[in-house]
Every structure is written in C-alpha cells, then in structure tokens.
Design a protein around this ligand. Structure first.
Ligand code: NAD
Length: 499
C-alpha cells in the first residue's frame, strides 16, 4: 500500500504505513522522534502514525513555499485556472478514495464522507471562475490620469484544520489561497491526515508546481511554528474556541492576518405550523415552541430507528465518535444533564453494534426539559445528542437563541412566512435556515458565523467573496500617461498566448 492508498473496510491493517510530509511535491518520510498513533474509531485498531514534524521539516516546508512564491505569483491566471479545472475533475474522480480515508480515520459513514468531499469540491469548482471573480477597479480621475486598484496575493499563507471535515475544510483553503497566487502550508488535524495527503497527490497530478502546496504534520508544536514563522503572512484556522482564540490572538500579535471559525451551538426552532419529519437531528439544540413538545415521543421513535454501525457498513446512519476521550466526554455531558434535572428521553450510552464492540460508540440521545444554565446546553457536546428546551412563544425562542454566546447557525421550521420573516430579522446567528436544517452556504456565498463562533468578530469569512478578500491585498496605482507624449503611433497587435 502506498502513502495515499486506503482500505475500504474496518479490518485490521496488516502493514501500517506512517504519514509523510509533502514538501516540494514529494512525499518525504519524517525523521520525527515523536509520533501520534491514529486509530480507526470503529475498532480502535491502529491505522497509521502521524509525525510531530521536526523543526528542520517545518522550516523546509516554509523555504519551499517561499521559493515557489515569486514564480507562482507571476503565473498567468489562465494557467492557474487550468490547474483548478484539473484538480476539480481529479477530486470528483477520486471521491470514493477520499471518502474511504475519511470513514477509516474519522468514522463518519460513507454517505457522509462523500458529502464532505462534495462540499470541498464545490469550492474548487467555484474557484474555476476566478477570471471573472478577481477583477479590480479603475477610474479615470483626471485627463490621462487613472487610478486602478487590483488584488495581489499575500505571499506564503497557512491553514490549520480540524478533524470533523477532513476534505471540506482543507478545501476551504487550498483552492482560494493558491488560485489568488499565494503559496500554502497546510496542517491537517493530526487525527485525520490521510485525506489531505490524497488531496496533495491530486494537486501534484493537476499540475501545481513544486512548493505551491506543502503539507506538514503535528499538533500544538506545529501550530506554534506556523504562528511564529515570520515568512507566513496569513493563517486560516477552523476548530475549537480553545485553540482558535489562542491562534487568533498570538497570530494577530505577530502581524498576521488570521481568519478563525470556531465552535457552535446550532439551534432549531420548531413551531406548531412546521412540517413533519424535519431532520432536526442535524442540529444540536431543539427549541420547541408551545405544544410542539408533544412531538418528542415521535421524534424519539424515529431516532431509535437510526442504525449505529461502522461507516463502511451498508445502511449505517451513524458512525462512532473520533476517540475514546470524545466518547467519555459526551457520556459525561449526558450524565451531567441527568444530574442537573433534565430528562434523558433516549439514551444512547450503552449502544454499540455487535460487529464492532471496541469502537467509540454513542447512539442517538435526546435530552428534554433542558434549562439554559445546564452544562449540556452551555457546552458544545459534539456528539449525536439532541438537547431540547421548551418555550411558549416565538419571541421567547428568539431571546433564548440570541442569548447563546455562539452564533454559527440556526434554523426555523414553520409554514408561516410572517413568522419566518420575524426570525430572519431578529435572530443574531450568522447563518439561518428557513425550513432547511443545516444552513451551510454554497461557495458562491461565504460561511458567515458570528459572535463566539468566530474569532475577532469574523473579520474575513471563509470562501466566497470574503475568502478572496482574505487571501489578497489591494494595490492602488495612480498613473499619468499623457497622450501627446506617445513615442510612436504604431502598436504591437500580436495576440498574447498563455499555456
Ligand atoms: P481543535 O481545536 O482541537 O483542533 C483544530 C486544530 O487546532 C488541529 O489542527 C489541532 O492540531 C490544533 N490544536 C488543537 N489544540 C491546540 C492547541 N492547544 N494549541 C495549538 N493548536 C491546537 O478542534 P477539533 O476538535 O479538531 O474540531 C472540532 C471543533 O471545530 C469544534 O469546536 C467545531 O465546532 C469546530 N468547527 C467549526 C467549524 C466552523 O466553521 N465554525 C467547522 C468545523 C469545525
């Protein structure tokens, strides 16, 4: 098996291959003395080992990106676009391989893993339109005098990724960071590095020159290197508040541009006028308005029917959690809810599929009668747990949701346009779904979380127009070319070509 091959079963891997760094378009075995064991969350069998890349390796990646930058910046936009077309096609062709690596390392079902790839692919596909997206501005400010503003890349930029979307989140950065002319150093989550390695291989096949994309590995030590390395001009971070607020503060203090998407507590408000079967399990907090609380037994019946199984198994609805520690944390939060007086309407704590007794399983869990002060409400659970609160009116629901410190997303389920409009105007969450459970915008828009779900007030959102803005800086030139000073009336009329 090569560095980029992945099995499509949960069977024990006979020959475990270590994860390499990707520098100068070459997969290079690490000389690390510290390695992180990575296990299949469905079995806890060893899958691979991830290096804590050495200082020399981290520096080599930065040197490679710095060396590649001038030539890449000067590469024509048409050439960059051609590479992006090729990359998008290769990602589509390799969806199954990418999804298999996700299922094996992250645990999500194959269907979910394909969705993870698709949402990243869409960012690549949208970036293919760069030739019309990167236009600047020009005004003739006086006779023969023009002021023009155009966008230039920043230089070497970095991305630091979380574990929960191993394809989508690296692909929030790779296409836009590079098509705008920057060179990139990407650090995948040390818990799911495989998908980024396959993407690196696809980038190489698509025609990215050496050094434009480098991948390095490790945990907090690698992050500290990125934050403190003077050659790195900007950092894109997605992950927890704990890491993100630290990276934002220290990165900004070091003079870098930092965009940081953080934790969430997404609410779904359900009105009596809602349609049945709202797929609310995709949202972690349900706000039941008025008598809708009577629907809970039916919802619990449906949740009970979800199949918990290894992600490669046919018919699996729900995979395992990423690690035994995450499982323990989620179970502790369920227990805290019980201790604080909430009702555990559906308890997934003892569930496990017969075929995979050693995985990090927690089945669908529904907690009702939750109050805003309870730990299960104030903390992001990050497991298959639905926390339900009861309110009497739409206004009470709006006040409750707005009082929550996170502001990533919210959804409302109703048949009333007037009520939908009230929520649309009054809710402070940055992304709102109206009869849509997961309001993640397509990449012609940006991902626009707010409040504590972004660092620094969300100065620059990921992908979309804001993403392009993040990876570029304006240059504004005022020029005076007097027509009467023209040396020759003869112009060069040869058509420029770009390969
Ligand atoms: P995490 O913060 O633990 O890890 C993210 C990255 O930060 C990893 O690459 C990790 O190596 C690094 N890191 C972790 N701890 C660090 C530390 N102390 N110092 C320096 N670097 C550190 O996040 P995670 O558990 O991988 O991901 C889950 C979190 O990400 C959840 O909170 C989830 O809500 C959030 N998330 C947010 C969005 C969004 O767009 N808002 C999207 C996906 C995930």
């Amino acid at each position: 098996m090569s560095a980029c091959e992945y099995p499509t079963t949960h069977e024990k891997i006979a020959e475990v291959i270590d994860i390499h760094n990707f520098i100068d378009n070459v997969f290079i075995p690490s000389k690390a003395s510290t390695w992180i064991d990575l296990h299949d969350p469905a079995t806890n069998n060893l899958v691979t080992r991830v290096p804590q890349s050495t200082d020399a390796e981290l520096k080599a990646a930065v040197d490679s990106a710095s060396k590649a930058y001038p030539k890449w910046k000067a590469t024509s936009i048409i050439r960059k676009q051609q590479i992006m077309f090729k990359l998008a096609a290769l990602i589509r062709e390799n969806t199954e391989k990418l999804a298999a690596s996700i299922t094996l390392e992250q645990g999500k079902t194959c269907a979910d893993a394909r969705g993870d790839v698709l949402r990243g692919l869409q960012v690549c596909e949208t970036a293919c339109g760069i030739t019309t997206q990167l236009t600047g501005e020009v005004v003739e400010v006086a006779k023969d005098m023009e002021t023009r503003s155009y966008r230039e890349p920043l230089g070497v930029v970095a991305a630091i990724c979380p574990f929960n979307f191993p394809a989508m989140i690296p692909l929030w950065s790779i296409p836009l960071a590079t098509i705008t002319g920057n060179t990139l150093i990407l650090k995948p989550s040390e818990r799911v590095p495989g998908c980024a390695m396959i993407i690196a291989d696809l980038c190489r096949q698509a025609g990215y020159p050496e050094g434009v994309i480098n991948i390095i590995h490790g945990g907090a030590k690698t992050v500290d290197f990125i934050i403190d390395e003077p050659a790195i001009r900007a950092i894109s971070f997605v992950g927890s508040n704990r890491a993100g607020e630290y990276i934002f503060t220290r990165g900004s203090a070091n003079g870098k541009r930092v965009q940081a998407n953080l934790g969430a507590k997404n609410h779904a408000a359900v009105l009596r006028s809602a349609q049945a079967g709202q797929r609310c399990m995709a949202l972690s907090t349900l706000v039941l308005i008025g008598q809708t609380k009577e629907w809970m037994p039916e919802l619990a019946d449906r949740a009970k029917k979800l199949t918990l199984n290894g992600g490669f198994e046919e018919g699996a609805d729900l995979g395992p959690l990423i690690s035994p520690q995450s499982k323990r944390r989620v179970e502790d939060l369920i227990q805290s809810a019980q201790n604080e007086g909430a009702t555990i309407l559906l308890d997934g704590r003892s569930q496990k599929p017969a075929k995979y007794p050693n995985g990090n399983w927690v089945g669908p869990t529904i907690i009702t009668n939750v109050k805003p002060h309870m730990k299960c409400y104030t903390e992001e659970i990050f497991g298959p747990v639905l926390v339900c609160l009861n309110v009497e009116s739409s206004n009470e629901a709006i006040n409750l949701i707005n009082a929550n410190e996170y502001g990533n997303g919210a959804a409302i389920f109703t048949r009333s346009g007037a009520t939908a409009t009230l929520f649309q105007k009054e809710l402070e969450a940055g992304q709102l779904g109206i009869n849509v459970p997961i309001p993640v915008p397509l990449p012609m828009f940006s991902f626009t979380g707010n409040k504590k779900s972004v660092a620094g007030g969300g100065v620059a959102n990921f992908y979309g127009k804001d993403g392009l803005r993040f990876y570029t800086q304006w240059k504004t030139v005022t020029s005076l070319w007097r027509a009467e000073d023209a040396i020759s009336k003869q112009s060069d009329v040869a058509m420029p070509t770009h390969s």
